[in-house]
Design a protein. Structure first.
Length: 236
């Protein structure tokens, strides 16, 4: 039996093998997925909502981010980091196909609602919201709370290989073995971005998300801040 993911077909036996490896990989270089009711709930929620490609990507983002945080000696809340990582691409899913918000904001809002339902402190909710909302905005998250910085760092590692050589080969192999990239993750994640943003192109202005639309759609016109300034109603 074959199942369809964003990037390739995957057999039932492969899915079962992946799940077994993921369960076994409870500890990768000292990093574990938090074992709490809230973490288990968010795992199930994202597993039921996202494709295999996005679910495994989001889980890897947590591991990369937590490993970076550990290496740098940062003090962070693993549960908040995990929830932010798991929600960070939720806005790309079909659930938000009629949204005109940035996909990052859709995911951040969903995480906020989830955390409020668990009566989490607003200061912690704000960390998660910012971590998700800013993860495609370079130059800012790294100067904020560790949870915010580490989501972007983890996403950058998984999507673009940023900081690849700062991980040991054993760490990379352990994460990928438990949460595989699949046969063509590079093109698969580009397509996932495109499918989640093609109907709201204006939301990509000011981030590198417009690179995705320009790559996939030859008719896409980028926004230009200089044109906006020169074409404004101001006389000079």
């Amino acid at each position: 039996m074959l199942f369809r993911t964003d990037s390739h077909n995957i057999t039932l036996s492969e899915i079962l093998s992946i799940e077994e490896n993921a369960v076994a990989a409870t500890d990768i270089s000292g990093v574990k997925i938090p074992d709490s009711t809230m973490a288990r709930e968010v795992t199930q929620l994202i597993r039921d909502t996202e494709s295999d490609l996005l679910f495994f990507h989001s889980t890897r983002v947590y591991f990369w981010g937590a490993l970076i945080g550990s290496r740098r000696g940062l003090i962070f809340d693993p549960e908040l980091l995990y929830i932010a990582a798991m929600f960070h691409d939720l806005g790309l899913t079909q659930r938000y196909s009629e949204s005109r918000l940035r996909f990052e904001v859709d995911g951040a809002n969903a995480a906020r609602d989830f955390l409020r339902s668990h009566r989490i402190a607003e200061r912690d909710i704000e960390k998660v919201w910012n971590a998700i909302a800013l993860h495609t905005t370079p130059g800012i998250p790294e100067h904020m709370h560790p949870e915010i910085a580490l989501v972007q760092a983890g996403a950058g590692m998984d999507v673009a290989g940023r900081g690849y050589d700062q991980f040991t080969r054993e760490q990379r192999e352990a994460v990928i073995s438990a949460y595989p990239r699949g046969k063509d993750f590079k093109n698969g994640i580009i397509d996932a971005f495109y499918q989640g943003m093609k109907f709201r192109p204006d939301t990509t202005f000011g981030t590198f998300n417009d690179d995705v639309l320009a790559f996939k759609d030859p008719n896409f016109q980028r926004g230009n801040i200089c044109s906006a300034i020169l074409g404004s109603r101001w006389e000079h």
